[in-house]
Ligand binder design. Structure first.
Ligand code: FEO
Length: 412
């Protein structure tokens, strides 16, 4: 029995779960799986919204066939072309040869680059509408959330926004499909990890998309993204978080991430953390970049205002896992953090000097002086580590709103 779930009258969730893939985009760990969400409206005309990854074609097509009992699919609305959602387009077209593909000009360019000509295109633009019978669809162009062709589709009777990647997150849908059926704490962590690593670079475009939806005056009752829970009870909740994340709004706290081969750089991290704690900072997360995948570290860096990075030297450069982390941070163009730098030089140096170059590029406000110990830290370096912690704490406490503490404005 394949699971389809009713979202509203004549509207169904027809997505699939992926618990087998280790790495999303062959890069981001899927310890908790992921869902590829797709939806179907069964009106005079039948429309499907986005498809699924190609490893799930059979399950997906069978779901549609069992729902429609011989009726044809007339339209496939392609809100996003990344292969985790476009992987079953050819299979759907082969099953329903009269199917028309609905997308914008860019959608079809990308589609043909990936899959070659498929045919029967219905090109739509900003504000265009499409009637299915009693349901009407309206198209909203939202480029770069998270590819250039991305768009959203609004269904006017039930006020459902089919939003593509926007408002989505990691985590398979294990029974519960709707926001009121699941533990949101679990999904919000995975949604922030998804946002910060996949969509975060395009924060300005997310803001633009949010403004466009707001200015259009449409009322949203349900948000139906391509990953994670369907927001039918509290769509405002996820809109609010996307707004905060795309404005890089932070909480009080510090992420300390380091690369250390023999524990000397780690000692400096522990000392800094203890000093921060002595100064009243409660949200402190220390990560060994060799052990924790950078996607989790980046998710927390997205959350907290303070970032302290440490590296030993490795073959005259930065430690490789830290190099990967700062490379991704640089690529994400994250702004407005407080930054501290520490590390050890061994016989060559290269860790701290390259972190300093990173600091110059990011233009984050630096706390204390960068400190580098020769092979192992001694009292002069420990003193400088305490100064980094003190300056970080001073800045964070200065931003703390009177009458609040570090726990009073949790934004996940
Ligand atoms: Fe879920 Fe940008 O793909």
């Amino acid at each position: 029995m394949l699971t389809t779930v009713k979202v509203a009258e004549s509207i169904y969730y027809i997505g699939v779960n992926d618990r087998e893939t280790y790495l999303f985009e062959n890069l981001w760990p899927l310890d908790k799986g992921v869902s590829y969400n797709s939806y179907l409206i069964n009106d005079d005309k039948v429309a499907v919204f986005d498809t699924v990854k190609n490893t799930k074609i059979n399950e997906y097509v069978e779901k549609i066939q069992s729902l429609l009992q011989g009726k044809e699919v007339d339209y496939l609305v392609i809100n996003h072309m990344e292969p985790d959602h476009s992987g079953a387009i050819k299979a759907l077209k082969a099953t329903y040869p009269n199917l028309q593909l609905v997308g914008n000009k860019k959608t079809f360019e990308i589609l043909e680059n990936f899959y070659g000509p498929i045919g029967s295109y219905l090109t739509v633009g900003e504000g265009d509408t499409l009637s299915l019978g009693s349901h009407e669809l309206k198209f909203i162009m939202t480029p770069m959330v998270h590819w250039p062709e991305t768009m959203m589709t609004y269904e006017t009777i039930n006020k459902i926004l089919y939003s593509g990647d926007a408002f989505g997150g990691f985590g398979s849908l294990d029974g519960g499909v709707f926001d009121d059926e699941v533990n949101l704490e679990f999904y919000m962590d995975e949604t922030r990890r998804y946002y910060s690593n996949i969509v975060g670079k395009y924060g300005a475009m997310v803001q633009k998309a949010l403004k466009k939806v707001k200015d259009s005056g449409i009322e949203i009752s349900i948000i139906a993204p391509t990953h994670g829970p369907v927001w039918r009870t509290a769509p405002g909740h996820i809109i609010n978080y996307y707004d905060k994340w795309s404005r890089a709004e932070t909480e009080e706290g510090v992420v300390i991430a380091y690369g250390s081969m023999y524990g000397n750089t780690q000692q400096m991290a522990d000392l800094i953390a203890r000093r921060l704690s002595d100064r009243g900072i409660k949200n402190i997360r220390i990560y060994d970049a060799s052990k924790t995948h950078m996607s989790y570290i980046i998710s927390d860096i997205w959350r907290f205002k303070g970032v302290i990075l440490g590296s030993c030297a490795y073959n005259t450069g930065m430690f490789p896992t830290m190099e990967a982390l700062v490379g991704k941070l640089e690529n994400s163009q994250l702004k407005d953090r407080f930054l501290g730098i520490f590390g050890t030089a061994s016989w060559s140096g290269g860790g701290v000097s390259n972190l300093n170059k990173f600091a110059e590029k990011m233009k984050w406000q630096q706390v204390g002086e960068s400190v580098e110990a020769l092979s192992s830290p001694k009292e002069p370096e420990f003193t400088k580590c305490r100064e980094i912690a003190d300056e970080m704490a001073d800045l964070l406490l200065k931003e703390r709103k009177p009458g609040t503490n570090a726990f009073s404005s949790t934004i996940y």
